[in-house]
Design a protein. Structure first.
Length: 103
């Protein structure tokens, strides 16, 4: 499901079962990420699927990338794998107004 930044944030903040998932490359992630995000790179193909499969399907996933394209694809894959709640951040981190953690 695609959410605007406003909806993504308000829903995430009210969700005690939330996990933030960054599907960019490790290099991109290391340039800055949304607080508490876990990083699983969608470009890793089957390894991405394998890692996603280990996640708790009962949680709600708030997924983002640079612009919203890869994260939309990641949400589709997650839905196919049985994750009911995967929310794509429209516009990605490029349009993010909130805090960005720089390692």
């Amino acid at each position: 499901m695609n959410l605007t930044q406003e909806d993504w944030v308000s829903q995430f903040e009210a969700d005690e079962n939330a996990v933030i998932l960054d599907v960019r490359t490790e290099d991109e992630f290391n340039e800055g990420f949304i607080a508490n995000a876990i990083n699983i790179d969608i470009h890793r193909g089957q390894d991405f699927v394998n890692e996603i499969e280990t996640l708790d399907k009962s949680k709600n996933y708030y997924v983002y990338c640079r612009s919203g394209m890869r994260s939309a694809k990641a949400c589709e894959i997650m839905n196919q794998l049985g994750f009911e709640n995967a929310y794509n951040l429209i516009g990605g981190i490029t349009e993010w107004d909130g805090e960005v953690i720089e390692p």
